[in-house]
Design a binder for this molecule. Sequence first.
Ligand SMILES: [Zn+2]
Length: 138
Amino acid sequence: MDDCIFCKIARHELPAEIVYEDAAFIAFLDINPVNPGHTLVIPKEHHANLLEEPEETLRDFLPVIQHVARAVEQATQADGLNVTFNIKPAAGQVIFHTHAHIIPRHADDGLRHWPGKPYATQEDARKLADAIRERMNE
Ligand SMILES: [Zn+2]
């Protein structure tokens, strides 16, 4: 897409600290990192989010993410990583071109994990699981 900044990075039309690139994927530093070394991995072909990606792209995507994640972990001497996809604005997606966040984490980085919200009843959990199970066959 012409006005997509990640497409422009993929085409080398915008500058970025690129850390990995092959024919189909490119990885570069997030310009507003949660922690130093926060890296984004994107398929070069434009799709809005993970749910829109062709399966054949996804088969090749995860090994690339793993490869980059190992390098980020080692280079930042991280104690752990968060690897996430934000899908749609409600989940914090800002750039509508599929990207995996690789966020180095340190035991003392001050970030808190999301709080859990337990189901009120087991019936609530079962109903929701039923709804998901029904859609697995669609
Ligand atoms: Zn794009």
